[in-house]
Write a protein that binds this ligand. Structure first.
Ligand code: RIB
Length: 313
């Protein structure tokens, strides 16, 4: 596929999750045993994998989603959403049973609490992922997260690395990483909580030396999202670069990290410098927190083009 200037579009493959987000907005979440009246409710498309694929597609990437949906109405509507977003669904399978769901609570400061029930995401198989990666031509980047079985992501990443394709692991929600998955990941991109969980002494990424330590210990490129403080990453020579985020008024942070990962992957796959790709991620994530919902809060294709122009000019 080419854009209007006949440049080849970068190809990003997301081997990851889909969820139906069930978002309740409330001033303060209830205590155990307490019942409260919420402000409003929204049903929307989510799942870290799906969110990242949608953001990369809105930026202008040629995106393939690899996933398994259930045979329920959520599976039908999620498949249609991918098609509406221009995402290739050749490698989206269906299985009997429920699709993934995510009940979410958002408090008035924009912070969220999420429970994911993976459902059909857990029916994904290593063979499915390997087949997809070996079948798609000219892949630039493969992205994975931790809402599907780790052995599936590891199989996808191994197949990608065998073809010299860059792999980005967003270790969310946090779980100890299998040696196989870690070995096949080029970039590990946690948020600050996941970073602390991965660090042997459970340290936060405030200090550059802490990040260098973990990068050295894992032998990986590390990219940590820091919420309103932007992001920090290790360069190929082991140096640390911190990128601030534009200042905004956050009303809902749900899915902001995913918009970062999707935009960063697009930037890297497009040949932008790593620093500009991280800036793109920060710009998209900070836009997303100013609007409600997950994918519904992401920049449109038009706004994404404005963001790209603002970063690259
Ligand atoms: O990162 C936000 C996402 O986490 C939500 O869309 C929810 O589905 C969970 O996967």
């Amino acid at each position: 596929m080419v854009d209007s200037l006949h440049r080849k579009l970068p190809t990003v493959v997301v081997v990851g999750s889909t969820m139906m987000d069930m978002i309740t907005y409330i001033d303060t979440v209830p205590e155990s045993g307490e019942t409260l009246i919420g402000d409003s409710f929204a049903l929307g498309f989510g799942g870290k994998g799906a969110n990242q694929s949608v953001m990369a597609a809105r930026m202008g990437a040629n995106v393939y989603m690899v996933n398994t949906l259930g045979d329920d109405v959520f599976g039908d509507s999620t498949l249609k959403n991918f098609q509406d977003q221009g995402i290739n669904t050749t490698f989206v399978a269906r299985t009997a049973g429920a699709s993934g769901v995510a009940p979410i609570w958002v408090e008035k400061d924009g912070s969220n609490r999420i429970i994911c029930v993976p459902g059909s995401n857990n029916a994904m198989t290593p063979a499915q992922a390997t087949h997809a990666i070996e079948s798609i031509k000219d892949i630039d980047i493969v992205i994975g997260q931790l809402e599907i079985p780790q052995e599936v992501t590891a199989a996808a990443f191994r197949a990608a690395q065998a073809r010299g394709i860059i792999t980005i692991l967003n270790p969310a929600p946090f779980a100890p990483l299998s040696a196989e998955l870690l070995a096949a990941s080029d970039w590990v991109a946690p948020n600050e909580h996941e970073f602390a969980a991965m660090h042997p002494q459970k340290r936060s990424p405030d200090n550059d030396e802490t990040i260098k330590d973990l990068a050295h210990q894992l032998g990986k490129r590390i990219l940590v999202t820091l919420g309103e403080h932007g992001a920090v990453f290790t360069t190929s020579t082991g140096d640390i670069i911190r990128i601030p985020s534009p200042k905004v008024n956050a009303i809902d942070t749900t899915g902001a990290g995913d918009s970062f990962v999707g935009a960063f992957a697009f930037g890297l796959a497009s040949g932008l410098s790593e620093e500009l790709a991280v800036k793109l991620g920060c710009a998209c994530a900070s836009k997303s927190v100013t609007r409600r919902g997950t994918q519904s809060s992401y920049s449109s294709k038009e706004e994404a083009q404005e963001i790209i122009k603002g970063i690259t000019n």
